[in-house]
Design a protein around this ligand. Sequence first.
Ligand SMILES: [Zn+2]
Length: 394
Amino acid sequence: MFMQTVFRTFLILVFCQIASGSVALSAPSSVIVENIRHHVHKTYTRVVLDLSGRVGIKETKSQRQVTISLSNVQLSQKAQRALKRKNFPRAVAVSQGRSHTVVLTLKKEAIRTYSLTTFQKPNRVAVDLYYKKDSPATVTTPSPAPQRALKPEPPVTKPKLADRPGRKAVTVVLDPGHGGKDPGAVGRKGTREKTITLQIAKHLRDLLRKRLHVKVLLTRSKDMFRDLEHRVDFANKKKADLFLSIHVNSHPKKSIQGIEIYHFGKASDPRALTVAARENGMKLEDDAPPWQFIIADKLNDQKIEGSRNFAWTARTRLVTALHKDYTVKDHGVKTAPFYVLRFTTMPSILAEVGFLSNPGEEKRLRNETFQKKLAQGIYEGIQAYLKSLRPSAS
Ligand SMILES: [Zn+2]
């Protein structure tokens, strides 16, 4: 209840300033804005600047506009061409300012609110624009395949699967963390998180397909890099009913072990924040400004409620299943501002299925029997959650 009230009431603007905390060296070589992209989502439009390095950011607000200045930056030809495209959102103007500054001007007449996020690996800045209703800026918004699916809109306002006439299959998106150039956590024996998450996701996919006959999609099915935006876009575009991100934890103290299940929210404890920072690809530095910004006002009650229920069900089933054969430390359900949980529009959770920094857990996470047991436990959680959405008569 508490979190729900918080979500509805406040605009939690936690600003990821890790990148902006970087200070330009005395003889700076400019960072290049390699490209500028925009993505139209149901409730907001995201403008992304792909950068060749880290930049300093300054925000200034006046009555009419918000100005975001990136210092020591130059627009590439490609970025300049992107700005000239007809469908580029009119609510934001991007220009090359004086002395290697790139300036984004957000017009307050068009936008209700916005959020600014910086990312590393690869470096980029994302600005999410939440338009005012009937704003002329929204006319630039193309509607991507609006009538493609039977799903009523908005997607997450229908928690009961049985309430969806004509809806054939439930779609579950599994998100194996990391991949490609991003190994995730690495154990003492060299076990890489990206390998374990993919193996578990595949076991889980097979179980779900075989036994529940649901549609299962993976955000990656091989060892490849996928950024977080891509993972979120994928789940949203596929109109998934559930999103589950699989990760493996790490801690400086090797004795720490166990399982924890997350849904989106303010960090429930300091360690939850460090876990989210790592999974979001950010550094949590003591001397940095408050780093994490996530606007939570747009999360609707259905998603919050759905994610919370999904998290509790998955955690209970998973821990129960494992306890039959293994000793497992249960850290319970937690909340933290994970990017993939925030920006997916359906009930979504993130499972940290063990600690690669713990030698015992590293060993068993490599073991296929244990991986299958994990998949089995999560499968039972998904099954129980989906069942809870159906009327008891069925
Ligand atoms: Zn991870």
